[in-house]
Design a protein around this ligand. Sequence first.
Ligand code: SF4
Length: 104
Amino acid sequence: MTEKSNWKVPIDKTVDLDDFYKCMKGTEKKHNPKCNSLKGEIGKFAICTMYESRPTPCRAFCASFENGKSNQRCDQARLKHGLKPLTREDWYKYHQHSIPITFS
Ligand code: SF4
């Protein structure tokens, strides 16, 4: 069974943005958007309660240095919650293996 076989966003977790697009409930708000599927306390312990069936934008979004590159949008989101941007070293500490090396 592949990851994609479980990949079906529950419709009740979404809200219509317009006639064509939907988004996760809670993220449609202009001020202080927060997905209703995110549970816990940001900065302490927070978890996506539908991680296996999260939508495409969530799957495409990389935290800073998750793929070896910084992500300004990740940094901005963390700063908004009073958290420092992630560094390569954070991933190294988290995964306890080599820091990705980029040759150019
Ligand atoms: S990863 Fe999960 S909690 Fe975060 S926005 Fe996507 S569905 Fe919501």
